[in-house]
Design a protein around this ligand. Structure first.
Ligand code: FDA
Length: 377
């Protein structure tokens, strides 16, 4: 018998939830991570008593009561509600698009007035079949909202103008005809009290974890020490990039401590004009209603991804999906390896989705183990 039941590559939400579940039924896990900390992309750095979201703003939201109870049993969540603002050449508007936004744009004070205004700008495009993202957005919300909030923001995000992007990126644009600035429609939302690290540390408590440890540095050794490997790193890297790279958009973060108690009065401001080079500023203390005398902000700049940059958003275009299919075929042939999480599946997952996926994977393992036990008692 090998030393560990599971070698878990990656201590992000997928790896941590899986390790937590398998340890709870007495399995021996080793979790490794190539970074110098655990938690993957939900990791926070403490700066002057403020939890700084090191890999971009993370707001937990879900419709699923079981997932909400699961995370709250690990750590209680606060009642933060995400209500971002858009800044267009210094003018501030509420997001998501709702009656507050329309009032500020057009002075419309009733839903009927706002609907009529949007209709005025979309009517001529109603019969058009959009061939790109620009046409799709104008068809859905009209020229003015497109111009002020979507056009330049999207160009910055994807590094290409919307007229060169597929219409499929935006299927619908949520528009609300109430004065409600809550960004999410989900019933449950919040931030763990004390930060995300409390949650991952709770899951990994008592489990052997090695940070600064890259699976590929000593692959034969790691493959020899456990009955099964759970891999939550990059799928293309696992197979030596043999079919080429699965491409991502990346981000660069510029974080600054400021000697003032409040910089922008809100956790998230999106910059939707073309002259501002970054897409967002987060002011981290507002996620946790912080009252510290100083503040920390992060400017987020989208950028192209190379193998050396952090992979963030998968580019799910035809070319990459074809490459993915080829890797998926190889994956099916791997013995005793479980692939999971956003990098190994090459898909964008929200936190509640990755937790659900890890729980589902663990349940499958439980079933497999109990079947094996009844065959080989
Ligand atoms: P994750 O990337 O967290 O973990 C993988 C781990 O594997 C990493 O720690 C990595 O170092 C490690 N690893 C990789 N290769 C390795 C190797 N060879 N050897 C050892 N270790 C290796 N979701 C949400 O619900 N609300 C939100 O507001 C946001 N916000 C958000 C902002 C941004 C900018 C992004 C990109 C994403 C979000 N998300 C989000 C999504 C959220 O980040 C995501 O669901 C989880 O972090 C995914 O967890 P994983 O475990 O899959 O990956």
């Amino acid at each position: 018998k090998k030393e560990y039941d599971y070698l878990i590559v990656g201590s992000g939400l997928f790896g941590a939830v899986f390790a937590y579940e398998m340890t709870s039924i007495g399995k021996k896990c080793l979790v490794i991570d190539k970074r110098n900390h655990t938690g993957g992309n939900i990791h926070c750095r403490q700066v002057e008593g403020i939890n700084v979201h090191a890999y971009g703003a993370h707001i937990f939201h879900t419709e699923d009561i079981e997932i909400w109870n699961y995370v709250n049993n690990l750590v209680p969540f606060n009642n933060y509600v995400n209500s971002p603002l858009a800044s267009y050449h210094g003018e501030l508007y509420n997001l998501p698009f709702n009656m507050n936004t329309f009032y500020r744009l057009w002075g419309t004070s009733t839903p009927d007035q706002a609907r009529a205004k949007i209709l005025e700008q979309t009517a001529q495009f109603a019969a058009i079949r959009p061939s790109n993202l620009e046409e799709q957005a104008i068809k859905l919300v009209g020229t003015e909202i497109y111009e002020k909030f979507i056009r330049h923001y999207t160009s910055k995000q994807w590094g290409r103008p919307p007229c060169e992007l597929p219409a499929s990126i935006i299927r619908r644009i949520p528009v609300r005809f109430t004065f409600n600035n809550n960004y999410f429609n989900d019933r449950y939302q919040g931030i763990p009290i004390g930060g995300y690290n409390v949650m991952t540390e709770k899951m990994l408590k008592g489990i052997e974890v090695r940070i600064n440890t890259d699976f590929f540095r000593d692959r034969p050794y790691f493959e020899s020490i456990a009955e099964k490997t759970v891999f939550s790193g990059r799928l293309d890297e696992y197979f030596g990039y043999c079919f080429g790279d699965l491409e991502y958009r990346s981000l660069r973060f510029e974080t600054e401590s400021l000697n003032m108690d409040d910089f922008q009065g809100n956790a998230v401001v999106n910059f939707t004009d073309q002259k501002t080079p970054y897409t967002r500023i987060y002011e981290h203390k507002h996620f946790e209603f912080g009252t510290q005398p100083t503040t920390v902000i992060t400017r987020e700049y989208p950028m192209a991804s190379a193998r050396t940059a952090e992979p963030y958003y998968p580019i799910n275009d035809v070319k990459n999906m074809q490459i993915l299919d080829r890797y998926k075929a190889l994956k099916e042939r791997e013995q005793n390896v479980i692939f999971g999480g956003r990098l190994a599946e090459y898909r964008y997952y929200d936190m509640h989705q990755v937790i659900a996926s890890a729980l589902h994977t663990a349940k499958k393992e439980f079933r497999l183990l109990s079947v094996n036990k009844s065959i080989h008692p």
